[in-house]
Write a protein of this length. Structure first.
Length: 279
C-alpha cells in the first residue's frame, strides 16, 4: 500500500474550516492528481479501509463530493484504494459522492458510462445540454443528498479541473468562475477544493485558450484561502525530484497559512515523498 499522507503536508491536508476555499494548480508534467487523492485520504480515511469507524478521529462522519472533469470514477477508486480508502464502501454509507464530468458531458445521457455504486445514490453523470446552470444544479442536488447522512458536518466539495470547460465548450473564464461562485453561494458553509491546470512558468500565453486559463486561475487564486501550486523544477528534470510544491496564502486571506516550498517525488507504487530542499 502506498504511503498515505506525507508528514510535511498533514497540516495542509487536514479538514478545512467551514466555507474555506483551497485552490490547487498544476502544470503539464506536474499533475494535481496525487494531491487530490491525499485530500480524499485525509477527509475520508478515518480507518484503514476508509470505513470511518467511530474511534478513529474527527473525519469519521465527513462526507465528500468529488466532481471530476478530467478523470473517471475508476481512476479515483483505484488511486484511493492504493491509499487504503474504499470509495465504494463510503458511497454506500453516503459519505462519498462522485459526479462524472468527463464520460458523458456531451452525450446527454449516462448510457455509455460504466455503472458505479455512487451513481445509484446521486445524480447521473454531468451533461452540458443545459449549460453551466445544469451542472450547478446537479452539484447542489448531490451535496444535498450527502447532507442526508445524519451528520451535522457539511460535506466537502472537490471540483477537479473545471477549466476543461474552457477547451471543450464555448464558455468563458468568467462563466466558469461564476458557476463555481454560484455553487458556493447556493451551498453556504461548504468547504471547497478546486484544481486547475496553468501555463508553465515563463511560457507565453499566445492563444485565447491560454489567456482564458490564466484569467480563470488568477481569479480563483484571488478568492482562495490557501493556494497550493505544483510546478516542474526551474533547472529541468531530475531523477530524484518530480516537482516543486509551493504553499501560500491565497488572495482571500481568510486563514492563517504557514507558507512553504517543498520538493516532491512520486514513486512507481503511487507513494509520494515530500521533502525540503537539501534533504
Amino acid at each position: 500500500m502506498a504511503s498515505r499522507l506525507p508528514s510535511l503536508l498533514e497540516q495542509y491536508l487536514a479538514l478545512p474550516p467551514e466555507a474555506a476555499l483551497i485552490v490547487v494548480t498544476g502544470v503539464v508534467g506536474a499533475s494535481t492528481n496525487w494531491l487530490v487523492l491525499r485530500y480524499l485520504c485525509s477527509f475520508l480515511g478515518g480507518s484503514p479501509a476508509g470505513g470511518g469507524d467511530d474511534d478513529d478521529g474527527d473525519g469519521d462522519d465527513t462526507a465528500v463530493l468529488l466532481v471530476s472533469f478530467m478523470r473517471d470514477y475508476s481512476f479515483w477508486r483505484d488511486g484511493a484504494g492504493r491509499l487504503g480508502v474504499d470509495l465504494e464502501a463510503l458511497s454506500r454509507k453516503r459519505r462519498f459522492g462522485f459526479l462524472d464530468g468527463l464520460t458523458c458531458l456531451f452525450t446527454g445521457d449516462g448510457g455509455g458510462s460504466v455503472p458505479v455504486p455512487v451513481s445509484q445514490q446521486h445524480p447521473k453523470p454531468l451533461t452540458w445540454s443545459g449549460g453551466s446552470s445544469s451542472i450547478t444544479a446537479s452539484i447542489i442536488d448531490a451535496l444535498e443528498a450527502l447532507q442526508q447522512n445524519k451528520t451535522k458536518k457539511k460535506p466537502i466539495l472537490i471540483v477537479d479541473q473545471p477549466d476543461l470547460l474552457l477547451a471543450a465548450t464555448a464558455t468563458t473564464a468568467t462563466d466558469v468562475r461564476d458557476m463555481l461562485l454560484d455553487v458556493r453561494e447556493r451551498a453556504p458553509g461548504i468547504s471547497c477544493v478546486q484544481t486547475f491546470t496553468t501555463i508553465g512558468q515563463g511560457q507565453q500565453q499566445g492563444t485565447g485558450l491560454e489567456r482564458a486559463h490564466a484569467a480563470l486561475t488568477l481569479g480563483v487564486a484571488h478568492e482562495a484561502d490557501i493556494l497550493l501550486s505544483l510546478r516542474l523544477l526551474d533547472t529541468g528534470a531530475a531523477g530524484d525530484v518530480g516537482g516543486v510544491l509551493r504553499i501560500t496564502r491565497g488572495g482571500g486571506g481568510g486563514l492563517d497559512v504557514e507558507e512553504h516550498e517543498y520538493l516532491y517525488r512520486i514513486g512507481g507504487d503511487g507513494g509520494v515523498r515530500v521533502f525540503e530542499r537539501g534533504q
